[in-house]
Write a protein that binds this ligand. Structure first.
Ligand code: COA
Length: 176
């Protein structure tokens, strides 16, 4: 097991964009997410120019709030969240490739859950994908280990942008 590192977590700023893009680009091996996610060429978080254009100071991209994890001053992970009234949707989470399996993702998720609790939310929700062959994206066991439970599966605009028969696995963790 790799040693855990303790990260500092805070709202992102525009200056974090290069670090955020690196996390997005290295979190998944090239081609690994084909059939599970939209094409890299269309992903806002995979390109500094696109992310800069979409960024709304201080820390937003469209309806999403961006949060970063720092280790020794370097952005090693980020998460985006969306306020959906009674719940907080955890939209995207990516940890820099070389920093994975060192507790960074878990600390980011815990931070989001605390934030949701303090904001009076009932639950944190999220979606992951199941490809056309019925295979779930590899992070599903990780979400289950963190206490998230499957609430259903659906096809929607996002899954149709990936391909026919792709489904979104919806998950939820009710907060204490
Ligand atoms: C998923 C992700 C955010 C997890 O963050 P992380 O910092 O690597 O994970 P943590 O170190 O907090 O947790 C690691 C533990 O979770 C479990 N785990 C992590 N990835 C796993 C996987 N793919 N399958 C099963 N268990 C996994 C393991 O038990 C691991 O502990 P171990 O190394 O001692 O076995 C990160 O790996 C990542 O960015 N992946 C690519 C992007 C992605 O899949 N995002 C989620 C989309 S729904």
């Amino acid at each position: 097991m790799r040693p855990e590192i303790k990260v500092r977590i805070r709202a992102a700023t525009r200056a974090d964009i290069p670090g955020v893009v690196q996390c997005d680009l290295t979190a998944t091996a090239p081609g690994e997410d084909i059939g599970f996610g939209g094409p890299m060429s269309e992903r806002t978080f995979a390109d500094e120019g696109r992310l800069n254009s979409a960024w709304k100071d201080p820390d937003r991209v469209d309806s999403l709030e961006v949060i970063v994890a720092l280790y020794d001053g370097q952005v090693v992970g980020f998460v985006t969240v969306e306020d959906r009234g009674e719940v907080l949707e955890l939209h995207t989470i990516n940890v820099l490739g070389e920093f994975q399996r060192r507790g960074v993702g878990r600390q980011l998720v815990r931070w989001v859950e605390e934030r949701a609790s303090k904001g009076g939310k009932q639950a944190v929700t999220l979606g992951t994908s199941r490809n056309a062959e019925g295979v779930a994206w590899k992070s599903l066991p990780w979400w289950l280990s963190l206490g998230y439970r499957i609430t259903g599966e659906e096809q929607n605009a996002w899954t149709r942008s990936i391909g026919p028969r792709v489904r979104e696995i919806r998950m939820r963790k009710v907060l204490a």
